[in-house]
Structures are given as structure tokens and as C-alpha cells.
Design a protein. Structure first.
Length: 396
């Protein structure tokens, strides 16, 4: 499957350090008291990784990210107990808050009074009320946002694209996600709601670059939230993110950024520090290049974790997978390590080997095929065995 055009970032035209930064053409929207888009500074944001219902821990995350300089902090909401925790967090923090609706778009109504922005994933709208047209659901979200003075993010993710876009664009993931994002902009435009932005993310920075460039050509007026999802652990996660941000921001594309890194909860402020450093480097013309073979060899992708992580051993496991597979560094194989059972099963489908974490076991997959679930103490030898088999198969 072609996931991106053959052009690699190393062969892309690198903007001259002497060139003035191009003007962003997006309109300005408002998230609480934060102006975003147009000539406003590029905002830096992140997400609480703790379970939302553990409200003290989540409030600590909000404070930690705020102190690191976050302009906006996102929290995942899966049900009524999360909404209750969010209300308590709102009472105890002045941070600008955003929520991720995930599967249940109806949660927009109870959360809206407590937040400044609501993110919905077009790929998740079909999970509930399957007979209700998507346009109705989007119009309803827009009305809720309008009533509570919230912004909306259309958050498209290549790993969870609505099924009919895959059918319309067979073998062209970029076409599918760009078209999905543009269609949802039109749905919001039809309601007269303008206080929205778009994100188009993937774990491959090359896809992120191409998709955001194509979208910005179609809709230069719509502010863009940039991010490389599941970038993984530093330093690789930082490098992947920098590749995408340099190419896009230097072309005037991108109004807010999120750096996604798989790091312990207490180190999440690093996402903000790295984001600000990348922005400062781009503004000063300090571009980093990567060698042409940067994308060759073993590729470990790992989600940044969020409130859906049910076993904190996920973070340690991601680091263990990286260390224990170093012997296979030369092989062109992708291993995905995901933190939860909500997005883990889907987000590992495109990897050669995928691991997604449950409360007591880790589920192992080869592509879309399940290889079973294993205890946290058993998974690494099993992964090694599968990796050896895969390498042997590929070399015959
Ligand atoms: S895969 Fe699950 S735990 Fe990881 S960031 Fe996505 S939703 Fe959160």
C-alpha cells in the first residue's frame, strides 16, 4: 500500500535560513482567551497521560504541563465518571482545557461547560447511533460548541480513518485523510460555525508532511494543529517530529503543535520543552537534516499514552521493546507499541508486529492477525521469537 509519495524529507527543498518566515494564511480562531491562527504565535500544547478519573493525578499533570509552558492541555473523556473528574479539575485549574471525545460524540454536551475546545475524530462518529447521518452529528457538535463558546478540532488520524474513505481511496491513505478532513470542514461550514481547526496525524512524518501540505492547498483558511502521532521515545520521537514540523512550519503551515513522546508521566513537560525548542530553531533558521537512510531499518512506534492506559508498565514495556530489538536494527520492520485497548487494536494494524496493552496482558499481532495475549513478563521473549521468524521469512 502506498502511504505517501516517494519524495523523502531529505530530498525536499530546505527553506533558506535567510528567508523570512512565510506568512500563514489561516484565519484566526479563539480557544478561550487564546488567539490561534493567522498572525498569532504558534501555540504549544500537550495532553494529560494519567487516568482522568484519578483526578488528583490528572490535575498534577495539568499543572506540570502548564508550568512547562503549555498554552492548552487536553484531557481524554470516555464516560460520566471522566466528566465528573473534569468538572473537579476545572474548579481547581485555570489552564485552558481541551477534551478528546473519542468514541462517544454525545459527551460533547456534558463536557462543554468545562472546556475551551472539543476534539472529535471523524473516524469515531460511526460508533454510536449508526443510523444518524454524520452531517447531523457534526451539526449537533457545532451547536454544543457554539452554545458554550468552545472551539472545535476535527482530529483526523490515519490509523482510525472512517471505513468508507478507505474504500473511496484504495491504497492512497493521504488522499483518504485529506478528503475526510476537507469534507468535515464543509460540514461545519454548512452550519455557519467557524471557530474550528483541523489536525491530520500519522506516525510517519513523511505522510504528515504530504497530507498537511495537500490540505493547506485545499483549505488555506483553516488553522492546522500539527503532530506526529505515536512518534515514540526520545531521541527518535523528537527527530521524527522535527522532520515534519521543519518542513511544514517553514512553509507557513501550522498554527499549533503537539509533540507526542513516550515518556514517564512525570516527564511529560518534555513535550512542551521540545516543541518550543523546535519552534525557536525554525524561527532562527536552524534546520536539522537527516541522512537519506534515516527511514531505513527497524522502526519502533509507540503512543504517547493518555488516560486510557490501564497499566503503567506500558511505558517501561515500550522502552524494553526498543532495547531488546536493537539486534534487528538493520531490518525494515515496523513494531508498534500502543497503550490501550481502545485505539491499540486499530493503530497496530499497519505494523509488521503490534503490541497493545491491556490491564494484565499484552496483545501481540502480526499485521491485522492476532497472535494471542501474553503476560507483561512473557511478552518480550515471544516478541523476539516472532521477530526472528519474520526476519527469516523476509530473507527467503
Ligand atoms: S493508543 Fe490508547 S493509550 Fe495510547 S495515546 Fe492512543 S488512546 Fe491513549
Amino acid at each position: 500500500m502506498q502511504r505517501f509519495s516517494p519524495a523523502s524529507p531529505t530530498r525536499m527543498e530546505t527553506p533558506s535560513p535567510a528567508s523570512p518566515a512565510p506568512t500563514r494564511r489561516s484565519r484566526t480562531i479563539r480557544i478561550g482567551d487564546l488567539a490561534l491562527g493567522g498572525s498569532a504565535p504558534i501555540a504549544v500544547q500537550s495532553m494529560a497521560a494519567t487516568r482522568t478519573q484519578d483526578r488528583e493525578a490528572t490535575l498534577r499533570q495539568v499543572h506540570l504541563l502548564e508550568e512547562a509552558g503549555a498554552d492548552l492541555v487536553r484531557i481524554a473523556i470516555d464516560g460520566a465518571a471522566d466528566v465528573e473528574a473534569l468538572a473537579w479539575i476545572r474548579q481547581n485549574s485555570k489552564a485552558r482545557l481541551s477534551v478528546d471525545l473519542q468514541e462517544n460524540y454525545r459527551l460533547a454536551l456534558p463536557v462543554a461547560p468545562y472546556v475551551d475546545k472539543i476534539r472529535y475524530n471523524p473516524g469515531h462518529l460511526h460508533h454510536h447511533e449508526k443510523d444518524r447521518p454524520v452531517a447531523d452529528k457534526v451539526a449537533w457538535i457545532a451547536q454544543v460548541a457554539r452554545d458554550h463558546d468552545c472551539a472545535v478540532r476535527i482530529g483526523v488520524n490515519a490509523g482510525s480513518i472512517a471505513p468508507h474513505y478507505k474504500e473511496r481511496f484504495p491504497g492512497d491513505d493521504v488522499g483518504a485523510i485529506v478528503s475526510c478532513a476537507a469534507d468535515h470542514c464543509e460540514l461545519l461550514d454548512d452550519t455557519g460555525f467557524e471557530n474550528y481547526l483541523v489536525s491530520i496525524k500519522d506516525s510517519d512524518p513523511r505522510l504528515v508532511i504530504e497530507a498537511n501540505e495537500r490540505f493547506a492547498e485545499l483549505r488555506p483558511d483553516v488553522p492546522l494543529h500539527l503532530g506526529v502521532t505515536e512518534a515514540g521515545m526520545p531521541p527518535d520521537g523528537v527527530i521524527k517530529t522535527r522532520i515534519a514540523f521543519e518542513q511544514l512550519i517553514a512553509r507557513g503551515i501550522g498554527d499549533t503543535i503537539r509533540v507526542s513522546l513516550t515518556v514517564p508521566f512525570d516527564d511529560k513537560g518534555l513535550e512542551i520543552e521540545v516543541g518550543r525548542q523546535i519552534l525557536a530553531d525554525i524561527a532562527a533558521g536552524r534546520f536539522r537534516s537527516v541522512p537519506p537512510n534515516f527511514f531505513d531499518g527497524l522502526n519502533i512506534i509507540a503512543c504517547p499514552s493518555c488516560s486510557r492506559v490501564e497499566n503503567e508498565r506500558f511505558i517501561e514495556l515500550a522502552a524494553d521493546v526498543k532495547r531488546e530489538t536493537e539486534w534487528a536494527a538493520e531490518h525494515d520492520i515496523t513494531i508498534a507499541v500502543m497503550g490501550c485497548r481502545v485505539n491499540g487494536p486499530g493503530e497496530t494494524d499497519d505494523a509488521d508486529l503490534g503490541l497493545w496493552c491491556g490491564p494484565t496482558t499484552v496483545n501481540l499481532k502480526q499485521g491485522t492477525r492476532s497472535l494471542g495475549s501474553f503476560g507483561y513478563d512473557q511478552i518480550l521473549p515471544r516478541l523476539r521469537a516472532e521477530l526472528e521468524t519474520l526476519i527469516a521469512e523476509k530473507s527467503t
